[in-house]
Ligand binder design. Sequence first.
Ligand code: 5RP
Length: 224
Amino acid sequence: MEHVDRQKQMVGEKAVDYIENGMLVGLGSGSTMYYMLKELGKRVKEGLHIRGVPSSIRTENWAKEFGIPLTDFSEVERLDIAIDGADEIDPNFNLIKGGGGSLLREKIVDAAADRFIVVADESKLVNHLGAFPLPVEVVRFGWQLTKKQIEELGCSAVLREIDDEVFVTNNNNYILDCRFDVIKDSEKLHSQLKSLLGVVETGLFFNMADEVIIGRNDGAEVLK
Ligand code: 5RP
C-alpha cells in the first residue's frame, strides 16, 4: 500500500472514534471515506447504533456494502456529526472539495451537522487554496456561457471528463474545474461565482470545518 493510502486509512479509521451510540452521521465522499465507512461497518456489526446520511451514490453503495444503516433528510433535520475528505485545507480550515464531483451533496450534508470533521492525508495541507483546480458544479444547459462568465473572474475552466466522457454529477449537472492558482479571498470568490447564472455550487467550503485529522507517516494529527 502506498504511504498516502496508509495515511488515508489511518485517519479514516481514527474518525470513527468520534462517532457515538445513537448519533446521526453525515457520510462524506472520496477514497479516505472508504476506509472510514469500512471501519464504521465493523463497529456497527459489534453493536454501535447509528444512522448515516450519505453524500454521494458511491458512498451510499459502500455504506450498504458495509452494513451501515442509512436515513435521509425526509426523516432527519440535523446531524450530530459529519465526516468528510478534502482536496485542499488552508490554515484557517477553508477547504476545496469536489475532486470526486460530490461537492453539492457534501456541502448540504456537512452544513447540516453540529460538528464537521475533515479527514485527509498530509498532502492536502496548503498555505493558500487554489493549486488544486476549484470544482464548480454548473447546470448542463448553456454550460459554455457559464464557463465564459466564470473565466472572466480570472481563471481557466475545463469541463470535467473521465475516460473521454463528460462527467455528470449525482444531481445530473456538469463540473467545471477552474484554475485560479491562488485564491486570496475564498468567501468573495464563492459569492461571485454563486451570482452567475448557471452556477449551482462551488467547491469552496469556509467557516464549516471544526476539526481536521491529518494522516502523517508517524500517525494521525488532530488540528483544532
Ligand atoms: C469528493 C471530495 C473528496 O472528499 C475529496 O476529493 C477528497 O478525496 P480523497 O479522500 O479521495 O482524497 O470532495 O467530491
